[in-house]
Design a protein around this ligand. Structure first.
Ligand SMILES: Nc1ncnc2c1ncn2[C@@H]1O[C@H](COP(=O)(O)OP(=O)(O)OP(=O)(O)O)[C@@H](O)[C@H]1O
Ligand SMILES: [Mg+2]
Length: 317
């Protein structure tokens, strides 16, 4: 396991068997600081709190996680372009960059903004202070940055860690029609917090050979979260980067569609050069080029999400 001195930030590698305790006090051998350390756990071992609290909590149907265990399947692209499309439909939208890579924040051309980590450190200050306007009407961002990586190091496995985002969003969620959370391709602090905070999950699935594996993994995780901390969570699969000129892409698309019948969006997002060009200019596809195929498809996805607030319960549950 890795523990980090909270004062001088030195990282120490400890043997996993060094202690049985979930948390313990350590002295930093570099600066002498005494600090609390938490033993990270594997997801299966985390003692999620019982369902009582979840049953008391209000529904968060307008809070949507964009997640998949697989990398590079258009999670961030979907969060950005779907957020802009919902905003164009006169919805007030908050994007939450909950990935330490900060790709969503960079996609919006923003850098070095205060992050959720800063918000957690600034006890007593409302989350509103950390939300920033974007160049687009109706669209706001809770940014990510380099220090977000500390959240996983300091809190993953600590008691009730999966409620940190939900508890903070509770104070502001009524100000928005939709809150979209971008997550990393890993099941750690960020994804577990996002899935606890939201009742809907959009699972982007690229039409390629290994995609079903990533979708299957995230559906299993959602099933676990349904049982342990968020019984209201539901999901839908979004096909992304479909290449209609490629026989294999079309074949995989129809196979996965059959496999998860009833659990996919009608909207499909195709491979689109205009979207790639837009990203170079830190712009959403539809603002860069109104003829953008993917831009129009994300607008269609926004309409589908607004029209169908009830997603299916995943078949793995
Ligand atoms: N419809 C599309 N047409 C063309 N390129 C696309 C499309 N959607 C996404 N891409 C490209 O695919 C790449 C991966 O996209 P993105 O960063 O959104 O994936 P991700 O799932 O967020 O990745 P990570 O797992 O690293 O967070 C990017 O280079 C992006 O430009
Ligand atoms: Mg991403």
């Amino acid at each position: 396991m890795i523990i980090v001195c909270q004062k001088c930030k030195t990282r120490f590698h400890l043997d996993d068997e060094a202690t049985d305790k979930p948390s313990f006090v350590a002295r930093c051998t570099v600066c002498g600081h005494l600090f609390s350390a938490y033993k990270p756990k594997r997801v299966q071992e985390i003692a999620f709190i019982d369902l009582e609290r979840a049953r008391r909590d209000e529904a968060n149907d307008h809070v949507i996680t964009i997640g998949n265990r697989k990398g590079g399947v258009a999670k961030t692209t979907t969060c950005f372009n779907l957020g802009v499309s919902l905003a164009l439909n006169n919805k007030k939208v908050l994007l939450v960059d909950f990935d330490a890579q900060a790709n969503l924040t960079l996609s919006l051309g923003l850098k070095q903004q205060p992050t959720f980590y800063d918000a957690q450190k600034a006890f007593g200050r409302p989350l509103d202070d950390f939300i920033t306007a974007t160049p687009y009407p109706n669209l706001w961002l809770l940014p990510s940055g380099r220090n977000m990586v500390m959240l996983n190091k300091l809190y993953f496995g600590a008691q009730h860690f999966e409620y940190m985002l939900k508890d903070r969003l509770n104070g502001i969620k009524d100000q928005f029609d939709f809150i979209l959370i971008d997550t990393p391709p890993a099941i750690e602090f960020y994804t577990l917090n996002a899935l606890t905070a939201s009742n809907r999950v959009v699972i982007p699935c690229q039409c390629d050979y290994l995609s079903t594996h990533g979708v299957d993994q995230v559906l299993r995780l959602i099933a676990l979260i349904r049982k342990r901390s968020n019984p209201q969570i539901r999901s839908r699969i979004l096909f992304t980067m479909l290449d209609r000129n490629s026989h294999s892409s079309r074949l995989i698309f129809s196979k996965i569609k059959d496999l998860y019948a009833g659990e996919t969006f009608d909207t499909v997002v195709e491979m689109d050069g205009a979207l790639k060009e837009a990203q170079i200019l830190s712009m959403p596809a539809i603002h860069y080029n109104q003829q953008s195929v993917a831009g129009a498809q994300y607008l269609g996805l926004a309409k589908e999400i607004i029209a169908n607030p009830h997603d299916p319960i995943p078949s793995s549950s």
